[in-house]
Design a protein around this ligand. Structure first.
Ligand code: AHG
Ligand code: MN
Ligand code: MN
Length: 311
């Protein structure tokens, strides 16, 4: 299958790609449903008055109205899909049970990641995890069957994996998701790094690791949006994103279920790695919905290297 170049070439859209990959029908239709929902969330971002007052969510973050409406759009689109057994998002503290019966997928969502960037016009994203077992006390390795994210940037792109490689699609003017990067495969080593958290809050071991990368000549690429910050490591085929343990918060900031498991699934499918500094992200069993974890994610060299500093 060739990537898109012009309309004279054979264009592979998302549904055809998943069908040709032999992905199970209900999972194909669920992934498609989420991709379509991304168009509605994007429309909401463009129409929402970003100065609207916000709401507090369970994590104590200032929750913009946009987060909440993205969550509602996802709930409305997934509730009647017939494939979703349970839905949980970082915007609420409870699991929503949609269906019993044959609906078998458990869906996790960060409906709008990086929403605090909306007034800067920097890219934001939606992060989705798809599991076949209840989320708590089951590692991602045992429960995840697919993951995806949608980036709301100059283009709307969607990156997904159902366990057969990681692939990127771009939303074209005709409103179709067409294949743009197939079987994304990270190099052994990259040249960019993203550094979350305040430098004065970093542990000495983390600081030494960062100084190693700086001595190696890595270029700083950090927007404050987890989705575009990870997306660039995939599209540039290497590098590392870190949001480490901090002196005051040893579990860091990012959420295992809603943010880290889906990205770890996608990056591993692209030949990369994701760790909390000691264990693979996908081997950690979430103990609560708001389980947070340090993260080092990207190409093998950089992620293996951090284990030397944090052991
Ligand atoms: P969310 O908007 O879903 O709450 O996520 C924000 C996260 C993530 O996007 C990013 O990596 C991180 O916040 C940035 O944190 P800092 O502002 O501390 O750098
Ligand atoms: Mn987030
Ligand atoms: Mn969010």
């Amino acid at each position: 299958m060739t990537n898109i170049s012009d309309y004279s070439k054979f264009i592979v859209d998302l549904r055809r790609h998943m069908w040709m990959a032999g992905i199970e029908m209900h999972l194909r239709r669920l992934i498609w449903q989420v991709a379509v929902t991304g168009k509605y969330i994007s429309a909401k971002i463009h129409e929402a008055n970003r100065k609207l007052a916000g709401f507090k969510n369970i994590h104590g973050d200032d929750q913009l109205t946009l987060d909440r409406s993205a969550d509602e759009i996802l709930i409305n689109q997934l509730e009647y899909s017939g494939f979703v057994r349970e839905y949980v998002s970082e915007e609420s503290d409870k699991v929503i049970t949609f269906q019993k019966g044959e609906a078998k997928y458990y869906v996790t969502a960060d409906p709008l990641d990086g929403s605090s960037l909306v007034d800067t016009n920097l890219s934001m994203g939606t992060i989705i995890g798809i599991h076949i077992a209840p989320l708590l006390d089951t590692s991602g390795r045992d429960s995840m069957v697919a993951a995806m994210y949608i980036t709301y940037g100059p283009l709307i792109t969607m990156v997904y994996s159902a366990g057969k490689g990681t692939h990127e699609f771009v939303l074209n003017r005709e409103g179709e998701y067409v294949l743009s990067e197939e079987n994304i495969t990270l190099d052994e080593k990259g040249s960019i790094y993203g550094l979350g958290g305040l430098r004065k809050e970093w542990t000495p071991e983390h600081l030494q690791y960062v100084e190693f990368l700086e001595a190696e000549g890595y270029k700083l690429r950090y927007s404050g949006g987890f989705v575009p910050d990870i997306n660039q490591v995939l599209i540039k085929r290497g590098g590392v994103f870190t949001y480490p343990a901090l002196k005051k918060s040893p579990t860091g900031k990012l959420r295992l279920i809603f943010e880290l498991q889906p990205m770890a699934f996608l990056v591993e499918q692209a030949g990369g790695m994701a760790t909390d500094g000691k264990s693979d992200i996908l081997s950690i069993k979430p103990q609560k919905l708001d389980h947070r974890s340090p993260i080092y994610i990207g190409s093998r060299f950089e992620v293996e290297k951090v284990k030397e500093y944090l052991k």
